[in-house]
Design a protein around this ligand. Structure first.
Ligand code: GLC
Length: 626
């Protein structure tokens, strides 16, 4: 079968290089000379020295060269131009994320929405998983049955190609998920394993006794404690417990087996040749299991990601890697290669702490946790950017904030619990219409579901004044994301104030996953309203357009310009400095404040208001937007 690994011949990559055209061969030889030391180093750290690692390195290099050799001329040229401008993705970047079916029906439908995306200033489109998913429940496509075949419901390989070309022509990079941690239980590797093939059984992590399961479980957190408790699933045909961090139908891959790394990276590089320009590396934190630990963010995860980056730099250097590691703030910088083994790793990483903390700030009308998160956020290496966001397709997970909350005092857990109750709409005085995720217990904070506009009170408002406050809260959160991010990411519908998924649509969806609450279908009527001056949709949309415009026009918004928290003197105001030139003030209170903005100036900021300022040559501060 296609996925079995043949024993490589010595210097397989040199043979592959000989098959390349002379200009590509020269360029590839240069790239290999640069990347080989790091590749060898990270692989031998992970898998030990010796023949096995040498063979693996050979094989991976041969695969990378083969991919580069087969890259279309357009993509090869794109790689070269991006190599000569390594900051290409950091200038005025704006992202958008959506499910293909909810957004546009299928991949062809997405082509028809390109003008819409362009009008929002979008340069980066993350479409949630669109490769073949498991039959039946599949975690919104995150149970992948085939890494390279387009999900038939969403289109064909030809549609994907058409879409990537159309997006590229519009200056938008397509980002695809690449689910590294697991495959669907009906992926051919899992089927082979279940059928008794030992080679493929070794592709998965398994425990062979209840005692072994219990030993691991002692240290493991649970991602879906309510709907998928535990981290293992018994497989009668294997007489073993398969490691399933997420749902029982998502089988964790065994990266201690180098063949798994080879197969996964090879598939990823082949997908890059379909025109995908960025990979969202799903659940990156979980790839390496180590006894006695919580099996998250282990050093090997970073070594493998750095080896992956080195291979991408050879095969397709124009392609970006984005870490989806929903982890506490201090665990995030290593995904940029700032950990114990420094080196180029991911270009982008989700700042989930900043996202969650901005919601806590809204509930508490106090920015202390958010400020602590900003203080714990180091400058990123050149060529990297934080991905900032207000909402995405997942719940808002509160536990990433435990370290910051804890450092601020004894009531820390209560603060997260309060935020969780607040957004579930069960705290007195709450305007939010969300729901708790994976917990029914009022003493546990896990996550919160709901569309941003439902969480800020847009749909509970009964007076024009309440509606105005809700709108201001939404814009406040977006303004923070657009001000701080290297890549601010919009979640489909938030640009139109779209509310929660309706009860009828929810009832028709498969499976009991609470996150469906914030996965509504596209509402064309709302999209049309954006053209009507004075409508809520117009007010949100035009503000987002203005943010995008400013981000394009000022170099201080480039992805690697540092953002630091500065003193605001108000517990409700977050004050930020971006580079030397920009300041931002964000008021999380229902009351107005008089804010000292420096340079002897004071500005009145309205309830839930914000202001972005730029220093001018006369040393006064100019308001860019508020
Ligand atoms: C990521 C995805 C989430 C999914 C999980 C398992 O966290 O964002 O939606 O459930 O990975 O693949």
């Amino acid at each position: 079968m296609s996925s079995s690994v043949s024993v490589p011949k010595a210097s397989a990559w040199r043979v592959a290089l000989m098959n390349a055209s002379p200009d590509r061969a020269d360029e590839l030889a240069k790239r290999i000379a640069q990347q080989l030391p790091i590749l060898q180093n990270r692989l031998s750290r992970t898998y030990g020295e010796g023949n096995q690692v040498e063979e693996l390195t050979e094989q991976l290099l041969a695969a990378a060269v083969d991919i580069a050799r087969k890259r279309s001329q357009a993509l090869w040229d794109l790689d070269l131009s991006r190599q000569s401008q390594p900051h290409w993705h950091q200038k005025g970047a704006v992202g958008y994320t959506a499910y293909v079916d909810h957004f546009a029906g299928n991949l062809r439908g997405v082509v028809d929405r390109i003008d819409y995306l362009k009008s929002l200033g979008v340069t980066y489109l993350h479409l949630l998983p669109f490769f073949k998913a498991a039959e039946g429940p599949n975690d919104g496509g995150f149970a992948v049955a085939n890494f390279e075949v387009v999900e038939p419901r969403l289109g064909t390989q030809a549609d994907l190609q058409l879409l990537t070309q159309a997006l590229r022509a519009a200056g938008i990079s397509l980002c695809s998920d690449f689910v590294l941690n697991h495959v669907a239980h009906d992926h051919e590797w899992a089927v082979e394993a279940r059928n008794g093939n030992p080679e493929f059984q070794n592709f998965f992590c398994m425990a062979h006794s209840q005692a072994e399961v219990d030993g691991w479980e002692k240290n493991l957190p649970q991602i879906f404690p309510d709907t998928a408790p535990g981290n293992f699933t018994y497989q009668p045909s294997l007489k073993a417990w398969v490691w399933t961090t997420f749902y029982p139908y998502q089988w964790d891959l065994n990266y201690a087996n180098p063949k798994v790394f080879f197969e996964v990276v090879s598939a990823m590089m082949r997908v890059a040749n379909m025109g995908v320009e960025a990979f969202r590396l799903d659940s990156t934190g979980f790839l390496w299991k180590r006894e006695g630990t919580n099996c998250q963010n282990q050093p090997e995860v970073h070594w493998l990601l750095q080896a992956m980056r080195a291979l991408m730099e050879i095969a397709c250097p124009g392609v970006l890697l984005k870490a989806e590691a929903i982890m506490p703030t201090h665990q995030l910088p290593p995904y940029f290669g700032l950990g114990e083994t420094p080196g180029p790793e991911c270009h982008l990483a989700y700042h989930s702490s900043m996202m969650a903390a901005s919601w806590v700030a809204l509930a508490e009308e106090n920015v202390s946790i958010l400020q602590a998160v900003m203080q714990n956020t180091p400058a990123v290496p050149q060529g990297s950017s934080w991905l900032t966001y207000v909402r995405c397709h997942d719940d808002i997970g509160w536990n990433v904030l435990r370290p910051e909350a804890q450092a601020l005092g004894d009531t820390h857990y209560q603060r997260l619990l309060n935020a969780s109750h607040f957004f579930a709409g069960i705290a007195p005085g709450s305007y939010a219409q969300g729901a708790s995720f994976q917990t029914t217990d009022l003493q546990t904070a896990h996550g919160t579901n709901g569309m941003a506009s439902a969480l800020v009170g847009m749909y509970s408002a009964s007076t024009p004044a309440d509606s105005q406050l809700a709108l201001d809260r939404l814009l406040l959160l977006q303004s923070l994301s657009y001000f701080t991010g290297g890549l601010p990411l919009l979640y489909m519908g938030d640009e139109l104030g779209m509310g929660n998924t309706s009860a009828e649509v929810l009832a028709a969806r498969q499976g009991p996953d609470g996150r469906e609450l914030h996965r509504p279908n596209w509402q064309e009527a709302l999209a049309q309203l954006r053209k009507q001056e004075g409508s809520v949709q117009h007010r949100i949309f035009s503000k987002l357009q203005a943010f995008a415009q400013l981000r394009k026009s000022l170099t201080a918004f480039h992805g690697d310009v540092p953002v630091n928290a500065i003193e605001s003197k108000h517990p409700t105001v977050l004050a930020l400095q971006r580079g030397a030139e920009l300041k931002g003030f964000f008021n999380f209170s229902r009351l107005p404040v008089d804010q000292d903005v420096g340079n002897g100036q004071t500005l009145a900021i309205k309830p839930y208001g914000f202001v972005w300022l730029q220093s001018s040559s006369s040393a006064t501060l100019r308001t860019l937007i508020d």
